[in-house]
Design a protein around this ligand. Structure first.
Ligand SMILES: NC(=O)c1ccc[n+]([C@@H]2O[C@H](COP(=O)([O-])OP(=O)(O)OC[C@H]3O[C@@H](n4cnc5c(N)ncnc54)[C@H](OP(=O)(O)O)[C@@H]3O)[C@@H](O)[C@H]2O)c1
Length: 402
């Protein structure tokens, strides 16, 4: 029966992988969960280890003595202020960890290392991208492009896998993750749910705070549990070794499809002409990068000289909104009325939510490659949000909506 080690065990994506492995003790007889903190109790087949992945390989090897596993799921991630620092620290964590497995001899038994990255792979954070995005698309790393820590990590993983002569590599590209991890409130569903709950408290109107263009354009989401199932499948499925895969829910979606369903859940009304009415909150327009990623392949696509979007357009600047006195007081009323968790509003990722909703271009991600190899996983996008909101209500992060 296979065994596994998961880094990023307290994270949105790593936590879901630990949960999936923990749920199946008959198959996954031993699972090591690695992070600097522990935020939940684990089932008997899961053992938690406190390891700081920024420490050097020899130090980590001492802590990993006796750990021999078939599969490694690497989902640790450290946020930094600049892309250069992100590349430096996230590359170092992966390299030192894999080096430590070499020192202990564990890498000889390893069959596959599955690394979680994301759709920044395609430059979705820089501007308009080619759609649908396919794993064979060229990397956005032409001179002048900002560094991308996913590229750094993938180069390290491929190099270490080739040198090992034993294990294969797999990389996943999730996008706009929907999920919840215990005591980790820096995620899309939390900030979106808080925005809705406070909008309800301020009156019944739920204005889409993002871009008018994006409201009727397309986005793709990744449910954290579906991503975990994908990791377990890709670890063992024949033909998945030494490959990268997009991992999204299965259907492209739009906010004009999701927003009315979300408004209904939070008992709010959408203004009939929400992009025409003046909001009392300030908006934000900003440039993401000098040139949209699609420009790098425009000539190949026969689109040289065409104009592409590289902007963010928020009807409501959510960072400023979250600092507005009336908003803060409305949240305090909701929080006290329902005895909700302290500090979540302050920890919520307002700039990330503003980015996700404010893009001025489509995000369509192909699942063809995995499907051809037998992947059949799927979840409806609104259902994924609904489940995450239910969990956040149970954790007393969001008020009950009935
Ligand atoms: N969340 C999204 O919306 C999203 C979307 C697309 C792609 N991704 C990508 O998915 C990957 C995982 O992201 P995530 O959102 O799941 O991250 P996350 O929720 O922020 O979790 C990060 C994990 O890494 C661990 N970690 C951080 N520094 C560590 C260190 N020095 N030593 C040991 N463990 C450390 C954290 O645990 P401790 O703090 O307890 O150590 C935590 O378990 C990243 O590459 C991210 O870019 C995320």
């Amino acid at each position: 029966m296979p065994t596994a080690i998961v880094t990023g065990a307290t994270g949105i994506l790593g936590g879901a992988i630990v949960d999936a492995l923990g749920r199946d003790p008959e198959k996954w007889t031993k699972v090591y969960a690695v992070s600097r903190s522990q935020k939940q109790a684990y089932p008997a087949n899961v053992e938690h280890s406190f390891i700081d992945l920024t420490s050097d390989a020899a130090e980590m090897a001492k802590q990993l003595q006796g750990v021999k596993v078939d599969y490694c799921f690497f989902a640790a991630y450290l946020q930094k202020d600049t892309e250069e620092e992100m590349s430096e620290v996230n590359g170092k964590m992966l390299r030192n960890f894999l080096d430590a497995l070499d020192i202990t001899g564990a890498s000889k038994k390893l069959k596959r290392v599955i690394l979680t990255t994301g759709c920044k792979q395609y430059g979705v954070h820089l501007g308009q991208v080619k759609c649908p995005m396919e794993e064979s698309d060229p990397w956005i790393d032409a001179p002048g492009r900002p560094p991308n820590f996913y590229y750094t990590q993938q180069r390290i993983l491929v190099e270490k896998s080739n040198a090992s002569g034993s294990y294969e590599w797999v990389v996943t590209y999730p996008n706009d993750v929907i999920g919840v991890a215990q005591n980790n409130f820096m995620n899309l569903a939390t900030s979106l749910g808080l925005y809705c709950a406070v909008s309800k408290e301020l009156g019944d109107e739920l204005i889409f705070p993002g871009s008018e263009f994006f409201y009727t354009a397309f986005d793709c989401f990744t449910d954290s549990r579906l991503h975990a199932d994908f990791n377990l499948w890709a670890a063992e499925a024949p033909g998945c070794g030494n490959q990268a895969f997009n991992v999204v829910n299965g259907d492209a979606d739009s906010w004009h499809n999701l927003w009315p369903k979300i408004a209904k859940r939070f008992n709010c009304q959408i203004p009939k002409n929400q992009f025409k009415v003046d909001s009392r909150f300030e908006g934000l327009k900003m440039k993401l990068d000098d040139s949209a990623p699609i420009n790098d392949m425009a000539a190949t696509l026969g689109l040289e000289g065409a104009t592409f979007s590289n902007t963010l357009d928020q009807k409501i600047d959510l960072v400023k909104w979250s600092q507005n006195q009336g908003v803060i007081e409305a949240w305090k009323r909701v929080q006290q009325r329902h005895g909700l968790e302290e500090g979540v509003f302050e920890k919520a990722t307002w700039s990330f939510l503003g980015f996700v909703l404010g893009r001025d271009y489509n995000i369509v991600i192909s699942m063809a490659k995995a499907r051809k190899l037998g992947w059949v996983g799927y979840i409806d996008n609104y259902e994924a949000f609904d489940i995450a909101f239910d969990e956040l209500e149970n954790l007393k992060v969001l008020p009950p909506t009935g």
